[in-house]
Design a protein around this ligand. Structure first.
Ligand code: 5AD
Ligand code: SF4
Length: 436
């Protein structure tokens, strides 16, 4: 048999892209493509792109620039662009970068095998459709060898919220929920292959409403699958935190005490300009209700600084909100004007001001994160082992609160759930000893 063709995928951006890259690798795996360790070894390179901020989308063009030299050495190399930049720019990518052989959007990557065959035969193709058929029905079943104890599972895609800064409603399209029966089937198959933890993914995951089921109902159905020990979900919008979902955090033991709930800003003026459709006060009341249901829940968020029109007072309100909530971790970004979004033409905050605000915000968030890590020392938690740690006999995994934890546990295996006591906290991970 001829040597297998090799595929290298580079993934930019969010967890949804990580999941999509795994599924694309599997779709091309069925076409005879084995994974390559680097672009240098590959017959095909796929760049699974992100469009959320200017920096992320520029990376595509700098990486393509670098691939030019490789393609000059290896003319048979095929290059594909997938993900949100593919969706947003489509055929424009082929015009700007003639070395690209195929461009495929996030809703049509089940058609990749045919596009790869065309590329091998010398025909370029672009597919940025939002097809009527569900791509997930046309993808191969997930091979056990590709799965780890913790897996992502996309349940919802797209967004109808139209925050004034965000490209997602344009690149990922309108909100669509996958049918619950399909999700439950996929979860059962994952469990049969040794998956113990499922993270439900969606751009607006708590707006899930497949076959009349809310996200909370879906979580309760998933919790009945025996092999599944833990359930998480991300990313949520505050306005979709329904009562039944909050209640599930209180009484569904498999739902982990962790919630990523982006607020973006603590200023009502800015929230209004962002079209977030809630106030800072409403967010704080919501957090109170979530904590009443699950007192030990760890909260994380996303923040944007330097949104057009943001004043010092607005920024101070964001710092106040952060102090009021106390986050376990957070992502923060400097506003990046995205073409085609409502805020794109508004007068920007000077760059130096935005930079200084970002630094101040990140210092506060880092201090909160360190405090949350330090507060774990001496406490017991449960860890799902994912892979061997750096030292001999060590296992690495995640705690209930999604902290990375390493434990000396020579007899353990990936997929084991261990009760541990945390003994030390460092910025990257917690150290712990097994107690049960
Ligand atoms: N500029 C900066 N950050 C952005 N985000 C989304 N769009 C932009 C933008 N134009 C951030 C938000 C969102 C996260 C995924 O990315 O904080 O929650
Ligand atoms: Fe973008 Fe999230 Fe707002 Fe939707 S809810 S527009 S994905 S920031």
């Amino acid at each position: 048999m001829a040597d297998a063709k090799k595929l290298f995928i580079k993934t930019y951006g969010c967890q949804m892209n990580v999941y999509d890259s795994e599924r694309m690798a599997e779709a091309l795996g069925a076409e005879g493509y084995a994974p390559a360790a680097s672009a240098d070894e590959a017959d095909m390179v796929l760049l699974n792109t992100c469009h959320i901020r200017e920096k992320a989308s520029e990376k595509l063009y700098s990486d393509l620039g670098r691939l030019k030299a490789l393609k000059a050495e290896k003319p048979g190399l095929k290059i594909g662009v997938a993900g949100c930049v593919a969706q947003a720019e489509g055929a424009e990518i082929l015009r700007r970068m003639p070395l690209v052989d195929l461009v495929v959007g996030p809703q049509s990557y089940h058609r990749l095998p045919a596009m790869a065959r065309a590329a091998e035969a010398g025909t370029k193709s672009v597919d940025t459709d939002f097809p009527a058929e569900d791509k997930f029905d046309h993808l191969p079943d997930r091979p056990a060898a590709n799965l780890r104890p913790s897996a992502f599972l996309t349940v919802q895609e797209g967004c109808d919220k139209f925050c004034a800064f965000c490209v997602v409603p344009y690149t990922r399209g309108a909100e669509v929920s996958r049918p619950a029966t399909r999700i439950l089937d996929e979860a059962r198959r994952l469990a049969d292959k040794g998956v113990r933890e499922i993270t439900l993914l969606g751009q607006n995951v708590n707006a899930y409403h497949g076959e009349g089921l809310t996200l909370a109902r879906l979580i309760r159905e998933l919790a009945r699958i025996e092999g599944i020990a833990r359930i998480r979900y991300t990313t949520s919008h505050p306005n979709d935190m329904a009562d039944d979902l909050i209640a599930a955090h209180g009484d569904e033991p498999k739902l982990m005490p962790y919630l990523h709930l982006p607020v973006q800003s603590g200023s009502d003026r800015v929230l209004k300009a962002m079209n977030r459709k809630h106030t800072a006060e409403a967010y704080l009341r919501l957090i109170e209700r979530i904590r009443a249901a699950r007192p030990d829940i760890l909260l994380t968020s996303d923040f944007i600084v330097g949104f057009p029109g943001e004043t010092d007072a607005d920024f101070a309100a964001t710092l106040d909100l952060i102090r009021a909530v106390g986050y376990g971790a957070a992502f923060s970004f400097k506003y990046s004007a995205r073409p085609g979004t409502p805020a794109a033409d508004r007068a920007p905050v000077p760059d130096a001001v935005a930079d200084a605000r970002l630094q101040e915000l990140q210092a506060l968030l880092t201090a909160q994160q360190r405090a949350a890590q330090q507060a774990m020392v001496g406490r017991e938690t449960t860890v799902l082992y994912e892979k061997p740690g750096r030292l001999p006999g060590q296992m690495g995994g995640k705690s209930d609160h999604l902290f990375a934890v390493h434990v000396h546990d020579p007899d353990a295996r990936p997929g084991d759930l261990a009760r541990v006591r945390v003994t030390e906290a460092s910025p990257n991970s917690l150290g712990a000893v097994r107690v049960a």
